[in-house]
Design a protein around this ligand. Sequence first.
Ligand code: CDP
Ligand code: MG
Length: 710
Amino acid sequence: MDASDEEQDDRKGPKVNGLAVNGAHANGWIQKSKRGGGASSGSSVGGSSKLRELQAQRRRLPIAQGREALIEQIRNNDVTVLLGETGSGKTTQVPQYILESGIAGPGIIAVTQPRRVAATSLAARVAAEQGTTLGGLVGYSVRFDEVAGPDTRIKYMTDGMLVRELLSDPLLTRYSAIIVDEAHERTLRTDLLITKLKTILKKRNGDGPLKNKDKGKATAMSGNPVKVIIMSATLDAEKFSKFYDDCKILYVKGRQHPVKIYHTAEGQPDYVDATLRTLFQIHVDQPPGDVLIFLPGQEDIESLHKSIQLYASRLPLDKMAVLTCPMFAALPPAQQAKIFQTTPPNTRKCILATNIAETSITIPGIKYVIDTGKHKEKRHLAHDTGSGFDALLTRDITKSSAMQRAGRAGREGKGFCFRLYTEEAFEAMAVSSEPEIRRTSLTSAALQLKCLGEDIEDLDFLDRPDLESIISALKTLYFLNAVDKSNRITDAGRSMAAFPLEPNLACAVLEAVKNGCALEVIDIVSVLSSTSKLFFDISDEREVAAEVRRKFRHRSGDHMTILNALRSYQDVAATESKAARKEWCRKQYLNERTLLEAVKIRDQLRATCEKMSIGWQSSAQDDERPVTKSLFRGLVLHSALLQPDGTTFKQVYGRSVIKIHPGSAIADQKVPAIIYDELVYTNHIYARGVSAIPKAFLAEISTHIKSQIA
Ligand code: CDP
Ligand code: MG
């Protein structure tokens, strides 16, 4: 590649207290030959020439130069912080180095990822680099899906899965190395792991300072020491190092070519439309090169995907073709693989991604980035009554994200980044985002910690959670009967934690077992726990879709409606071919991906019940009452009462006034009280996933809760 070696200007060099892996702290980026990828991330073993090409690619990665220094560092230290630019090879190479050099004992090497898409796609890549089939030497484990076996030595997993393993194996003894990747994202689960690993290190490797420990001594103390590697793509690694007794920070330089950044002159409220225009301007005016577009979420990605295809089909024949590839959390692995495939000739690949493509996965061939400046952020609106709720909000990104996004255009040569926001807007962005532990619900984490005999308020975190949010979590657990009056975990609480579900849904399942309708409630909860929604919301076909779906509608609301849809699908699936099934879903405006995933989740939930000797077979009758009653028990904090105005509802355990979402099955009914899955904000607060409940449920529960609080 002929582009010059220039440092991207808007960053400061890190303050490193360790050796730089490639021996170069100074300015100037290490530049290597072109192309860092292009191979498919499919799971099968390729031919030997493909394997040789992959090996050659491995050797060309920036991190390869520092391989020996890195291995030495890990060999001699319990904890290592590794900092390196996106695409330098951290995630794919470090676990392989550890495996190949044999520095970490016979256990499994865990590599945690905040996102499931990253875990599955990286595992596929590394399996290919090792010349093995996915699920053999290299595997992955994400919620409701595991591809790993007895031979698996490198396991990519979501941070949540490793946290869950703590429940059955508090010292994580199966693992001899634990790599906490993307630590800069500071997800709640990652922070929990970082905290827990500190105690695990002490217990498995012995007391005393963690750094530069005498190797012999460490092994002698327990016989099963663990190596911890914290990896991050951004520059604030000091904090991790401090947390682990000032352990060393290694720095690996990536290759970064200059990226020219453009801002718009005015803000772009309709960023989807602005993206479309920018993309076709690039396509018509600019030389070949793939485009990466950052959008906040799946809905925008899917709608833009359609518009691009429509416009692209009208392009003059002499123009390059446009190939669009979506990339978001719920995308199945087979479709993810598409983004890593070499772009066909005379085609411009255009990837529509969420912030997954910011640092977690590196996509080869990108020359242009379009940045909408938005992302989705989960925020817990805590409430001292315990009735706080999570809201997924579209918000402005941070400066740190904006810089990462721009950087993605300069991996293989000079690049261009089109920001759909003004320079002033960039300047006004927060420097980096607040750690998730300070803005999300702690209910599930608090329950998991209780199972380990620990209290979230007592733990040593990188950043401490707010007291208000701790109180809210404990109250929620109390309302769900997961903890008792004196804050001790109950048997029910332990059972809830055993389900791979949010505590409120797990509570609903347990209640359903009592009410003889576990089969139905597990089905419903499975759909609710899927990564995407069951009912497509296509704005221009909304009315047709509503009409078609009318047959699934249940008078009690959306939960039974979901059950009806799932059952109809299963009837079709029992007799029809795969293609016919797909076509049926399309006609009903149902998302088949959700249904397929739900069926998998359902099987796991049933298996979880069986493991605990809980019967999930319903004795049930065709009666929705026990079903809504069970759901109500779990969603008790998501209940609301009709107000005198006859249209709005007031939360029973909170202060918000809400409306039923117009897409709900009972949007046009007048019901005295409701439960809901979530709230969404537009011009109003809308409850989505709503079922009607009799007021009597509320009276019963409030007597119960009052008696416990008193
Ligand atoms: O973790 P880090 O950002 O440092 O890099 P990585 O994820 O290990 O990626 C190293 C290289 O592997 C990049 O150049 C990617 O383009 C390539 N890669 C790929 O071609 N296909 C994948 N499925 C994953 C990575
Ligand atoms: Mg990485």
